[in-house]
Design a protein around this ligand. Structure first.
Ligand SMILES: NC(=O)c1ccc[n+]([C@@H]2O[C@H](COP(=O)([O-])OP(=O)(O)OC[C@H]3O[C@@H](n4cnc5c(N)ncnc54)[C@H](O)[C@@H]3O)[C@@H](O)[C@H]2O)c1
Ligand SMILES: O=C(Nc1ccc2nc(N3CCOCC3)sc2c1)c1ccc(CN2C(=O)C=NC2=O)cc1
Length: 476
């Protein structure tokens, strides 16, 4: 009998239909299923995954299984689970809600923090008491729990805080106190892990920090910095989903309006391009002269937020920085200006400051869309309460974008599991030829025909005919 905990198995049929549609939009993952069907490179792999339990992630999970892996899964965010995706993964392609035969998933939308860490603990232990030999992480929480558990068992001393939020750290400590013991469970789990592949900037930062401090217990592949992951996530994902979020939230006509994009990095470039595509007059704000020059070269007006805060209609922050749009800015905005963030978690817009303005009144129009009315009677519309509007007001990135990110994950899992000897403890990025391979696996679906270098041409530019085509420091 399989162990799992999800919201509602009866949603499996709906989830399966959406997974089928997503598979068509995830050609990289489906191509790896074909390429590796015979060789089963992940046979023997026991993968614990901690990554948003969405429809796209379901396709990733079932790809890992198709390559031979034994998988257990949790979400890495208490709100990001799509319950129909979780249900479909548990039931599996041949099971029924009465007789599920898929993959153990411990995730549901709206977990408490205690439930979140309970789920992570469940997925790190197989029914026979053994642990995983691979981790697939997004944000580093699974890697953190294993490391802090092993540290606690080794020193016998309560480990120092690994989480910024004291409430969350207290919950992790409770988990550790309850599970750390003479059986050295966490030490055994850590010793059994060949490596971890990490999805995002936050998790990668934590890995480099652990390695720098000599605390990293197994090798890691930084998937985030694959070009075919971060460019897609940041630029093409947001280019699609900033419009998706704005339309679902407000249905405002973007054409003819003035839109301000704060930050012209990968995300800002995608957002400015998308908003211009809808006919908005886009104004960019930047602190970096190079990015500001790029914006100007791309035909955007570049000025300060103070210059345009009273005349613009739509604001999108994508700086990765904090306190970009202040309460004072918002009080000066025109009636029904739309304010949104697609950049850093939840502090690019000063919502707390806005709430402290005397006489301001917040009203929910519908989930994730609020009006804030000032004492003088004018209002602004704030999306997702200043949090990531493409997640709060839309469904994150489209499947094709995630196919690029997740094909990197599958290739990285195979690298670490099948070629562990090539990866002494440390943090690695995928070699460029594998990054290029991810791109190759997506070309047929878009009808792309690549040109082949002649031998002489390859020699002329100093590359192999088959690539890699660029030096490691090349900026795409
Ligand atoms: N919502 C999503 O789905 C999603 C996807 C990918 C990345 N992100 C997040 O978006 C943020 C930006 O990502 P990125 O890859 O574009 O980063 P980036 O560093 O490439 O770009 C950020 C830009 O903002 C500029 N900036 C910093 N402070 C500023 C300020 N005060 N005013 C104006 N500009 C300022 C920087 O100079 C930089 O050019 C990050 O927090 C990233 O985690 C969100
Ligand atoms: O974080 C994600 N999603 C998310 C969804 C809803 C949500 N609601 C929230 N709250 C806050 C408090 O008040 C209540 C509402 S926070 C929140 C977060 C998320 C990130 C990346 C991908 C990337 N991705 C995949 O991994 C697969 N497809 C994708 O797009 C997904 C979700």
């Amino acid at each position: 009998l399989m162990d799992f905990k999800v919201a509602d198995l009866s949603l499996a049929d709906f989830g399966r239909k959406e997974i089928r549609l997503a598979e068509h939009e995830m050609p990289g993952l489906m191509a790896t299923r074909k390429e590796f069907a015979a060789s089963q490179p992940l046979k023997g792999a026991k993968i614990m995954g901690s990554l948003h339990m969405t429809i796209q992630t379901a396709v990733l999970i079932e790809t890992l299984v198709a390559l031979g892996a034994d998988v257990r899964w949790v979400s890495c965010n208490i709100f990001s689970t799509q319950d129909h995706a979780a249900a479909a993964v548990v039931v599996g392609q041949n099971g029924t809600p009465e007789n599920p035969s898929g993959v153990p998933v411990f995730a549901w939308k709206g977990e408490t923090l205690e439930e979140y860490w309970w789920c992570t603990e469940q997925a790190l232990q197989w029914p026979d008491g053994s642990g995983p030999n691979m981790i697939l992480d997004d944000g580093g929480d699974a890697t953190l729990l294993v490391h802090k558990g092993a540290e606690f068992e080794k020193t016998g001393v309560v480990p120092t805080a690994g989480e910024d939020d004291p409430e969350e750290w207290a919950i992790i400590l409770d988990t550790l106190r309850r599970t750390v013991g003479p059986d050295k469970r966490w030490t055994k789990i850590a010793e059994g892990i060949k490596g971890v592949t990490e999805e995002t900037t936050t998790g990668v930062h934590r890995l480099y920090e652990m390695h720098r401090e000599g605390r990293l217990l197994f090798p890691a592949i930084n998937v985030n910095d694959s070009v075919t992951k971060s460019k897609f996530d940041n630029k093409y994902g947001c280019r699609h989903s900033v419009i998706d979020g704005l339309n679902r939230a407000t249905d405002v006509l973007i054409g003819g309006k003035v839109a301000v994009v704060c930050g012209y990095g990968d995300v800002g470039k995608g957002c400015a391009d998308a908003l211009r595509g809808q006919g908005a007059r886009v104004i960019v704000t930047e602190v970096d002269p190079i990015c500001a020059l790029q914006a100007a070269m791309d035909g955007f007006q570049v000025t300060t937020l103070d210059d345009v805060v009273g005349t613009a209609d739509i604001f999108v922050t994508c700086t990765g920085n904090y306190n970009i749009i202040t309460a004072d800015h918002m009080s000066k905005m025109k009636h029904q200006a739309i304010v949104s963030n697609i950049g850093h978690f939840d502090n690019e817009i000063d919502i707390a400051g806005l709430a402290r303005i005397p006489g301001v009144v917040k009203e929910e129009v519908k989930p994730q869309v609020h009006t804030w009315t000032f004492a003088d009677g004018h209002s602004i519309i704030v999306l997702a309460e200043g949090r990531l509007m493409n997640l709060g007001c839309a469904t994150g990135h489209p499947s094709f974008v995630m196919s690029n990110s997740f094909t990197n994950q599958v290739i990285a899992q195979i690298e670490l599991f099948a070629k562990t000897e090539n990866y002494p403890i440390g943090v690695y990025v995928l070699p460029k030829h594998l990054d290029e391979k991810v791109a190759r696996l997506h070309l047929d679906a878009l009808g792309v025909k690549l040109t082949t270098l002649s031998k002489k041409q390859a020699e002329y530019i100093g590359v192999d005919v088959e690539g890699p085509y660029k030096p490691d420091h090349y900026r795409y």
